[in-house]
Ligand binder design. Structure first.
Ligand code: ZN
Length: 84
């Protein structure tokens, strides 16, 4: 009766590797992934979390680098004037 399973015909138990979900602290999910790259627990909402998290981190990092560069360039200019 219920002899058919979804696993029949799939050679590897984990054909898509591990779940691609990343938590807010960067923690990985070690559940086997489905076709979309996420496990059944995370799914499409996991993709939204990972995108927002990495975008926010990237924007914060770029802002920090620009801020430090502006401060550093100003400091170098002051130093060059002072040494002259
Ligand atoms: Zn997951």
């Amino acid at each position: 009766m219920l002899s058919q399973s979804v696993n029949i015909g799939i050679p590897s138990p984990k054909p898509y590797g591990l779940c691609l979900f990343l938590g807010p602290g960067g923690e990985r999910c070690f559940n086997p992934a489905r076709e979309d790259g996420f496990c059944s627990e995370h799914g499409e909402s996991g993709e939204v979390v990972i995108d927002a998290s990495w975008f926010r981190r990237g924007a914060a990092l770029i802002l920090l680098v620009v801020f430090l560069w502006v401060v550093f360039a100003g400091f170098l200019r002051e130093l060059a004037d002072w040494l002259r």
